[in-house]
Every structure is written in structure tokens, then in C-alpha cells.
Write a new protein. Sequence first.
Length: 197
Amino acid sequence: MKIVIATGNEHKKDEIKAVLGSKFNVVTMKEEGIYVDIVEDGTTFEENALIKARALKEYTEDIILADDSGLAVDTLDGRPGVYSARYAGENATDDMNNEKLLSQLKHVPMENRSAKFVCIMALILPNGEEYLFRGECKGYIDFTLNGQNGFGYDPLFIVDGFKKTFGELSAEEKNKISHRALALDKLTEMLMKNEGI
């Protein structure tokens, strides 16, 4: 069963392949020779995930998978949310986004720094059926960057039940508990039940 991922994000690709790779033949749109410019102009993770997945429909008859994910900080009313990757501007780097987030939380005490990572996986089957799977990982935002692993806000996000940030966890540890892993677990369960797709 081949799954084509609608992403150009190498980090997301690696995490998705790490979770699904042993069960399915997972390839990226680039590896399939699909080059399409996808405009993510949705206002929710669900909308953006479906926009990305639907953009590949005319290019492949395989299963299509797209991910939209981000960080929602409670005291910031859920921001950066769908703008997580471009929080500090259209061409923002991870460092710039983290810097902006830290500056906005500068005077916020630890008890008010709760947050969650959200991931929505959109799946389109060859017959056109569409499915959405949601994964959430709760935690809080640290005062400083810690750890060299992961990407994005990982060095700031301390996971509930751990005294470490995603940036301090190994890829194997993160891929068992992350928002992306939780969404992929639900997706895998559905696909395994419908193996004849």
C-alpha cells in the first residue's frame, strides 16, 4: 500500500516515515515527481491539511496523506496556531519564531504557560473518500531553549509527564508520544482495518 505525503517539510517527512514506514510504502510528493505549489490559506488545521491533500489528487491514484500541525498556547488564545511556521513573518526561521514566542511570554509565570501541539492528518483514499485524524500533546512552554533535537518549537515545549522538552527527547521517544504520532496511530488503525484499499 503506497502512501504519498503532501509535504516539502523534511522533518515532518522523517517523523511520518519513522512511524508508518514499517507498515506502508511511504513516499513524498517530490519522490513521486510531483511539484505543486500549495497555498495554505485555511483558518484551521483541518482546512489546511485538506487543502494540501486535495492539491495532489490529480497527480496520483495512490493514497494521499497531508499533515497540518502547530503549537497552541493557552494564554495567547491558541496562537501561534495555524501560523506556527510563519509566526514571526512569512520567511521566518525556527529561531525567529521561538524568539517571538519567548518575548510574548516574557512576564508570564510557569503556571500560565500551558500549551499543546496539535496535528491533523488528512487522508484521501484512491476512491476519493476523505478522513481526518487529530492528535494532541499537552505541555508547557519553557523560559529558554533546551535540546538540539526536533525542529520548530520543540526546544521550548516541555511535555506533560516529562521534565524534558521535545528538543531533549530522542527521535524514538518523541515518535511514541507526539501529536503527530498520536494522529498517525489512529490513521494506521483505520488503514489496517481496510487493508484491501
